[in-house]
Write a protein of this length. Sequence first.
Length: 210
Amino acid sequence: MKRLEAVCSLITPCALFADIGTDHGRVAAFAAKTADRVIASDISEKCLEKARKNTCAGNVEFLVGDGLSVLNCGMDKPVMPDIIALWGMGGPTIADFLMGYKGNAALILQPQTDVPFVRRFLGGIGYKITHDITAFERGKFYDVIRAARGSERLSNIQAQFGRFYRQKDDLLKARLIRLCESLEGYKPTKENIKLLKTAQRALKYQDNAK
């Protein structure tokens, strides 16, 4: 499954969907098929112009702004989406956007970096991971996460390789095999040895998964 395909697979029908950092607008366009209303925002007006060209649906509203601040911009009262998508950006940026968020929206996240940090961060702000997908595109693996309000405490292996690392997942298995092979060729630092052992442990579960 490719990256955007995985993101879209986690979109469910809702009243209001917010695509934060919409870029080319394809996620917003997909959400518009089942959501009553879609907000597509980006800090770049140029990106929004591109998104407008890719999104013909009449129920999509385009806003220029940074992060979740667009949900309060020029409106009589704060907008409360049912689903918020934050994808294609670094993990720390996603965390910055969600810091202090008080709503109850389901979150669809695709961090480009610091994925273990994002998984732990979600638990810290009162979210529980409900879906944790490995995607693959152009030779690179990606993590796509959906979370809902709840509580959980992840183990180190769950934070590193996904909450459901024990469940059979051919892409996750391929990712673990590649990682183990790479780590075995790296300098045996304490950090690399620890990560290799964690990856090998996760791979054993994938080898035995049905």
